[in-house]
Design a protein around this ligand. Sequence first.
Ligand SMILES: [Mg+2]
Length: 380
Amino acid sequence: MQHCRITRVTPYVVGMGWRNCVFAHVETDDGIDGIGEGSMEHQPQGIAEAIARLADGHAIGRSAFDTERLVNETVRHEFARSPIVNSAIAAIEMACWDIVGKALGVPVYALLGGRVRDERIPAYALGWHRVGFSESEISEAARAAANAGYRGLKFDPFDTTARDPDRSAIERAGGRVRSAREAVGPMVDLMIDGHGRFSPASAIAIAQAMEPYGLYWFEEPSDPDSSATLAAVGRNIRTRLATGERCLSRSSIQAVLETHEVDVLQPDIVHVGGIMEAKKIAAMADALYVPVSFHNPFGPVATAAALQLDTCTTNVFSQESCCAFDVPWRFDLVENAPRPVDGHYEVTTAPGLGVGAFRPEVAAAHPFDPQAVPPLLMRR
Ligand SMILES: [Mg+2]
């Protein structure tokens, strides 16, 4: 059997529209290479630096087959949990899974339990409304996204809203949600994301104001740092509460789950430190019968990793997808970037993550962009 000992790890920072994405290209002595993604909303250069440093300290010389040990030793050695370290670990771990799958000629999901679904993976759309924020623009964009076949549409209707918005700001947001609902009809799920902005009382008032529009979930209504606060909100709203993208570990996920107020858990495969950690977290949610929907606003490799888990995880709800609303060249970064058709992803049977070769020349053509910062968070 091939050992696939890691010989080189090369980080890439790629300016991609509203964010910089980070990738790790991992090469082995058997000539098999893999690609992983370590994108976070901020600090891309810090993550790239961490990838290089963690590779030297923990990955070079190790077999790509030993992912569990690689992650465990790296986490324990680095001591302080940090999103930068987690994202760097995830990039390397993801690339190792890609390598292992290629070496064995099987997709990653076949190594993690195999297929639990025969059908395609349903997606919900993110980023569909970027054209504008007027009610007519929202209406037109929502209709177009629904016609593209997505099961649901998610957006943040709050714009520059403060922690405790006044009534007119809530009504403006409500008007946008109403426009989307009227455009798509009752059968398409609508979700809103508060990005953790609101005080508990304001979050509850907003959820009540949105009730006529039949939201599927209210995501991060208040700051997810406090699971007690989220629980207080959850107890007082009738809409499903979704959260989890900013959790970094099994322990923080457990605190959130133990509130019994989270209706959909949204682990981010990068933020938690990789595919295996996300799989474990999905099982923790499943122990409480909570569905998961992997957070996925980044590049094509993180999307491919999410799809591998979607394929082999029983309690997946739907896959967040920004592909169709992203920079068009995201599909050029790898040979076979995932692309939803009719609002669904086909299950790939290609080996590893299924993305084929990474194209460094495309990454190099789009270097770090200091302007590429999530716009919503900039305006807060
Ligand atoms: Mg979110």
